[in-house]
Design a protein around this ligand. Structure first.
Ligand code: FEO
Ligand code: CA
Ligand code: CA
Ligand code: CA
Length: 580
């Protein structure tokens, strides 16, 4: 870019070149350090991490979980709590090699379950950087067996009742915790994404039509096989031949009070059941709480929750995620859009059915099929929000019979205005501005903030990307996203990192900063081979960024001969100036 553009830039760093190695890189003038790795102790009685075999089952709920993802920092009177999702487990590296990723006992299943869920941990900065505070009274692991309360329209409904919980209001565990969110009243939101993969069957099934349709739409396997994790082989709760309602108790937004280690997390069914990516809140001018949410699956939808009651600082917040209205997004070709209310009148479903089978409710009102909605972020300095549409290789592609491929509802995934590309390998970020500067409004204007692409491989056309993509800042598959307090948008990627063909010049997965006003995008950080960069939050003083490195294939961060470990790194300016 020209010298003038350089001067006009709001970025306080020079663009980092793409990288292809096994470690983390940041621009000159910045430093990074390891905060915590999968298996690091939260308590002084935790087992030691073995560089070849990891962590044994006993004590596996006393360490930092695997596959770090969404995270948020909370602070109060000088205490800082980092609350972090552990999305899934790499069973191949957590179980003996000869088992090839399959559990052989209930003990194996327990170990896998303990490495997932949510970690609450106190962190503090000392002379040698940031550390976890061992044995802090706030430290807590929430995993696949932690008691949860269920509220909202589906609570107590027959679809949620099981032999172990005939009330349908109390479940065990939160699953596949992907992106994060927070509330204005200081609680954490963890978002259940690919929950379907934890369920299976040990017998041929004879399912009700309702169960069969739901399992099909949500991808719960009805085949008699071990599946991805084979919990069902050792724990009947995950066997849908025994407990067909158990999958209806996952796929929600779950609220956690980080300041009370004894508080029971709450699954808020009012916010819908789908493959939740994250939950981004905004306050409407009148104080109603708005929560934007994406459903990360090819051809699924974007959603918005609007509370019935208003948020008042220090007031009653108990209804704000249970009483209100859920909407689904309809994008029009002319740059306008509508949030369609998911009501019994418009969907032909009861409130409880809308809460459990939210995807079907979206189909009933003809929502717009999207290219895998991942994180949504709300600009704190303008009334607008952004959603990463990470990629959709099946849009516009033909199936074996020569028909356009469909989503799980059978809707053909033809290109549409916000998802304009066939075989979309690069992804895009859609932005919307609610009418009347009111996030609770039912109409909005939208545009594409960026279409990722490769202008070196495709010199023109849609695969070159939009004008704010150039040879220097190429990336694919935007996924994680957060605004900083100054209104810069930070974009994290989870895409193809082979640096070949369509992806030549992009290098490893990365984090970039974007200026919402000028559209300028600049690479800031790169992850090690095989990793995705996901999860971003800031210390209370905004001098440290916490960045998640998930599923490296390189032996990061410990080096040759060690297991690869998902890791949270801290990033600071060498002069300790603000970083957002
Ligand atoms: Fe867990 Fe859609 O990312
Ligand atoms: Ca993601
Ligand atoms: Ca992703
Ligand atoms: Ca991931």
């Amino acid at each position: 870019s020209s010298a003038i553009a350089q001067q006009a830039s709001r970025f306080a760093f020079e663009q980092l070149a793409p990288q292809t190695d096994g470690t983390v890189h940041v621009p000159s003038g910045y430093t990074w350090d390891v905060l915590v790795r999968w298996g690091d102790p939260l308590f002084s009685d935790a087992p030691a991490f073995d560089p070849k075999t990891g962590i044994p089952t006993k004590g596996s709920d006393r360490v930092f979980g695997e596959n770090t993802d969404g995270m948020e920092l909370f602070h109060k009177r000088g205490t800082e709590l980092l609350v972090v999702n552990s999305e899934y487990v790499n069973a191949k590296i957590n179980l003996p090699a000869e088992q090839d990723g399959q559990p052989a006992s209930a003990d194996d299943v327990t170990r896998l379950q303990n490495f997932q869920g949510v970690t609450v941990m106190e962190v503090a900065e000392g002379e040698n950087g940031w550390d976890v505070v061992f044995d802090s009274p706030y430290n807590r692991r929430i995993h696949h067996r932690t008691p949860m309360a269920i509220d909202g329209p589906a609570a107590g409904h027959d679809l949620l009742k099981t032999a172990a919980d005939p009330t349908g209001t109390q479940s065990l565990g939160t699953f596949n915790n992907c992106g994060s969110g927070r509330t204005p009243w200081g609680t954490y939101l963890t978002c259940e994404e690919n929950f379907n993969s934890y369920f299976g069957t040990t017998e041929e099934l004879s399912l009700s039509d309702v169960h069969a349709a739901g399992f099909k739409r949500y991808g719960v396997s009805t085949k008699v096989d071990p599946g991805r994790y084979n919990y069902h082989g050792f724990d009947a709760r995950f066997d849908i031949s025994q407990n067909p309602n158990e999958p209806h108790r996952a796929g929600y937004i779950v609220e956690i009070d980080p300041w009370n280690p004894d508080a029971t997390p709450v699954k808020h069914t009012a916010l819908g059941r789908f493959k939740h990516e994250n939950a981004a809140y905004a306050l409407a001018p009148n104080g109603q709480v708005v929560v934007y949410m994406g459903d990360d699956e090819r051809g699924e939808y974007m959603y918005k929750w609007v509370s019935r009651d208003v948020y008042v600082h220090g007031g009653d917040t108990s209804t704000l995620l249970s009483e209100g209205q859920l909407f689904v997004a309809k994008f029009n070709d002319d740059g306008t859009g509508t949030w369609l209310a998911l009501t019994p009148e418009d969907t032909g479903m009861t409130e409880a059915e809308i809460a459990v089978f939210t995807r079907m409710a979206g189909t009933a009102v003809s929502a717009t099929t999207m290219d895998r909605p991942e994180w949504i972020a709300v600009n704190p300095t303008a009334v607008e929000a952004y959603c990463c549409l990470t990629n959709n290789s099946r849009r516009g592609a033909l199936d074996d019979d020569g028909n356009i491929r469909t989503n799980a509802a059978g809707e053909p995934m033809v290109p549409n205005a916000p998802n304009p590309r066939d075989v979309n390998r690069y992804g895009q970020i859609v932005r919307w501005r609610p009418h009347n500067d009111d996030h609770a409004a039912s109409t909005f204007d939208w545009d594409l903030y960026v279409m990722a692409g490769n202008p070196e491989v495709y010199t023109d056309g849609l695969y070159a990307g939009t004008a704010n993509i150039n040879a220097g800042n190429m990336f694919n598959s935007p996924d994680g996203m957060q605004f900083d307090s100054t209104g810069l948008i930070w974009i994290q990627t989870d895409g193809d990192d082979d640096n070949e063909g369509d992806f030549l010049g992009m290098g490893n997965n990365q984090m970039l900063a974007g200026d919402p006003v000028t559209g300028e995008i600049r690479r800031f950080l790169t992850g090690p081979n095989g990793s995705e960069v996901t999860g971003l939050t800031w210390s209370a003083d905004r001098r440290t960024m916490f960045v998640g490195i998930q599923h490296p294939s390189a032996p990061f961060p410990d080096g040759e001969g060690a297991l690869p470990r998902s890791t949270i790194v801290t990033v600071k300016r060498a002069d300790n100036a603000l970083v957002g």
